[in-house]
Design a protein around this ligand. Structure first.
Ligand code: UDP
Length: 244
């Protein structure tokens, strides 16, 4: 029997949670901060316990970004592969934190590394979700010149997710940086085109366009708010919904 925790049924049956690698580093400025990873695992657990099927994509920016490497003279595609490998490390850390809580989780990589995690096979990933396993998609799209935002949107479409939840440090999309401007206004709803035209910085442009073309809503919310992820699925909380 699914444990719904006595709460309202979830608004979505299957979702993609996208977080940046930086979300895992705590206040350290680099790398992984295990208590922060465990805290995010708590958030995922509480949503999974509602019976929601959860996919995740975690970036790699806490370890390595391709653009940084190429700015320092490294060949761009090599630097991007290093960035993709960083996302695998983050995925494994999250898998470990989820498994420590007794949850079932599979890491699926876009770049084969069979000794470490599973290769991406769409039907197999869907089967894991049907069995209520949390699926973490690692190594981005497997291609240089992309980002993990695009990977999250691609996999969300392939997995038939009903929404992408983009966990950030703020509770939605603002017309200007709320950390710098006290009069910044949060959008409740905003269209994909407005996000693109006004460079609202939700996700990179290719990810937004891919979500728009497939009518996949993006929900931008604060990952720093305990219970925030679950709350939105119960119809509560503050967030911005990007849609048509
Ligand atoms: N990356 C890539 N192709 C992908 C996804 C990621 O080449 O499909 C590389 C790219 O170099 C990127 C790095 O992996 O800078 C880490 O991903 P991202 O910058 O999206 O991480 P985040 O900012 O979300 O932590």
């Amino acid at each position: 029997m699914t444990d719904h925790g006595g709460a309202a049924p979830a608004q979505y049956g299957r979702v993609m949670l996208k977080i940046s690698g930086e979300a895992l580093m705590g206040d350290q400025g680099y790398g992984l901060h295990p208590p922060t990873v465990a805290r995010i695992a708590d958030e995922v657990e509480s949503v999974q316990k509602m019976g929601v099927e959860v996919c995740m994509v975690i970036g790699g920016g806490n370890i390595f970004r391709g653009l940084q490497g190429s700015a320092q003279g490294m060949e761009r595609t090599t630097a991007d592969y290093m960035g993709m490998l960083a996302t695998v490390m983050n995925a494994l850390a999250m898998q470990s934190a989820l498994e420590a809580k007794g949850l079932h989780c599979r890491v699926i990589s876009a770049i084969r590394m069979d000794e470490v995690c599973e290769p991406y096979i769409r039907r197999r990933a869907i089967r894991h979700l049907e069995k209520k396993r949390i699926v973490i998609f690692a190594a981005g799209t497997g291609n240089p010149y992309f980002t993990t935002d695009t990977a999250a949107t691609l996999r969300a479409n392939e997995m038939n997710c009903e929404a992408i939840f983009k966990g950030t440090k703020v509770d939605g999309v603002y017309d200007k940086d709320p950390k710098k401007h006290s009069d910044a206004k949060r959008y409740g709803e905003v269209s994909y085109d407005e996000v693109l035209q006004k460079h609202l910085g939700v996700m990179d442009a290719s990810a937004i366009a891919l979500a728009r073309d497939n009518r996949l809503p993006i929900i931008v919310f604060s990952l720093d708010e305990p219970g925030g992820f679950r709350g939105i699925l119960e119809g509560k909380g503050t967030y911005t919904r990007v849609h048509n």
